[in-house]
Design a protein around this ligand. Structure first.
Ligand code: SF4
Length: 394
């Protein structure tokens, strides 16, 4: 895989060393068991895969190149480049400004952006409407386009399905930048609708089968279907794609559910006429990180620490998995570990930060699960490790 030139502040020699060792021992990534590192008292179990993915390193490399090559110019990021507060803050500290927030709300008015400025497209990609707006303004949107190739692959799959006359069902979070971009690109080729989970898949199936009125579709999926979507006609032939960072098991369940629904309607002989039996469009990093986390769940451990941005979809899913088995704390940096007894962490269900007392196991040889999302620098993971050791490993 391509090697990227990213600032050393995001690297960690300690982590690089054990990742390199695992890679040398298992170059074909067959073994997803964790890496155990024993300190004085504590044993840390690091996921086989965690930290920066291809798309994130690519985006960071391009963004720093844009800064380097355009001294004295206004440099804008269309929105958060990736969902990590440290990386975004570093770019802002270097003078980069955001045009939109993570939900598409305006931060810098369009009137303040001129054709002489530089606009960086984030790793999530953007909508066709915004691409056209920027091009109309005379901006070169390809020069510093950091759209991840794995996101573009989803767009290509959607285009192919659309050209074969399938309606696209997108499994994703409709407010997420990537899903907004995918929805825009797939809507250019086909009727499209975004669903967030299996519950919504079941509702959509009832509408498909005429067990619910069409009006329910327009009410329940408001803001999430393409213009002119006609549930009576547009749900006859369907294909499923997904946001690259969804939970693999959930996407598989949704695709299988729709397949069975179509088989019930049309029989198993003919179902491919009505259902595009494609593989999921999760990216390799999501798959590797989730597989590694599933291996972590087989371990005996006292707590799990997951590090990443609170708005990071892939990190949230790692938390969801770890919670099945461990007392899990989702933190964004070492500063969230407030003291030996107190930790500040994000509750993904209540969507707010909390403080928990006595979070660390009071035992002689605690075992701690450690992992992070695809947008979290290894240097942040190293800082978290150091903080835990400084407070507990003596
Ligand atoms: S998580 Fe996957 S799709 Fe997203 S930037 Fe990384 S490699 Fe690309």
């Amino acid at each position: 895989m391509k090697k990227f030139d990213i600032p050393t502040q995001y690297r960690s020699n300690f982590i690089k060393e054990f990742k390199a060792k695992r890679k040398a021992e298992d170059p074909r990534k067959k073994d997803f068991s964790p890496t155990s590192v024993k300190f004085l008292r504590i044993e840390m179990l690091y996921a086989r895969h965690f930290g920066f993915c291809y798309g994130v390193e690519n985006a960071i490399e391009i963004s720093y190149k844009a800064i380097q090559e355009n001294k004295g110019k206004n440099i804008f990021l269309l929105s958060q480049m990736i969902h990590n507060p440290h990386v975004n803050q570093d770019l802002q500290d270097l003078g980069v400004r955001f045009i939109l927030d993570t939900y598409g709300n305006q931060i810098t008015p369009w009137s303040k952006v001129t054709k002489n400025d530089v606009v960086i497209i984030p790793a999530f990609g953007t909508t066709i409407e915004i691409e056209q707006r920027l091009e109309k303004m005379g901006l070169d949107i390809q020069k510093y386009n950091t759209t991840c190739p794995f996101v573009e692959k989803v767009w290509k799959t959607s285009k192919k399905l659309g050209q074969q006359d399938y309606t696209i069902i997108i499994h994703g979070k409709h407010k997420h930048e990537e899903t907004r971009a995918t929805f825009s690109h797939s809507s250019a080729y086909s009727a499209s609708v975004v669903i967030k989970d299996i519950k919504e898949a079941k509702v959509l199936a009832e509408i498909m089968r005429g067990k619910r009125p069409s009006d329910d579709f327009h009410a329940l999926f408001k803001g999430r279907y393409s213009e002119g979507f006609n549930p009576r006609e547009d749900l006859n032939r369907i294909g499923v794609v997904n946001q690259t960072t969804m939970l693999a098991t959930e996407t598989a369940e949704i695709a299988e559910f729709f397949k069975q629904t179509i088989i019930e309607q049309h029989g198993s002989e003919d179902y491919k006429t009505y259902f595009a039996d494609t593989r999921d469009t999760l990216c390799y990093a999501t798959n590797d990180n989730q597989k590694s986390t599933l291996e972590l769940l087989k371990q005996q451990a006292d707590i799990a620490i997951v590090v990443g941005g609170y708005n990071s979809s892939n990190t949230t899913h790692l938390v969801e998995l770890c919670e099945e088995q461990f007392n899990t704390f989702f933190i964004s940096s070492a500063t969230d570990i407030l003291s030996a007894n107190r930790i500040q962490h994000f509750d993904i269900h209540e969507k707010k930060t909390k403080i928990t007392e006595q979070y660390f196991p009071d035992k002689k040889h605690p075992r701690v699960i450690m992992t992070s999302g695809a947008s979290c620098p290894d240097s942040v993971m190293q800082e978290v490790t150091d903080k835990i050791l400084s407070l507990h490993d003596f």
